[in-house]
Design a protein around this ligand. Sequence first.
Ligand code: SF4
Ligand code: SF4
Length: 97
Amino acid sequence: MFPLVNTAPRQRPHNRPMASPESRKALPVIDPARCTGCGWCVGVCPPRVLSLHAVPDWQKKSHLDDAAGCTGCARCAVRCPFDAIAMRRIPDPPPGC
Ligand code: SF4
Ligand code: SF4
């Protein structure tokens, strides 16, 4: 008789080890014209390098505060409901660097 439930350990996103900033391949670019300041991207960023900044007209916009601490995981871009974040690839360093 086979078990009816899958007993294999589950690999959930929050159980995965965090990527390191050194291994990132891309950085998020936030389009302020599309950003509504909802804050979803801020909430899902594991290293907490995004925050909302106040702009004129009592609005808030997402901002990447610490590019060096970003792991390039793209969770912010995936979560943004307004398609305001694009991941821009970082050029590979020349060989020998
Ligand atoms: S999830 Fe998108 S719209 Fe919301 S604050 Fe972040 S970039 Fe702006
Ligand atoms: S890609 Fe986005 S969610 Fe991932 S670390 Fe960088 S800012 Fe945070």
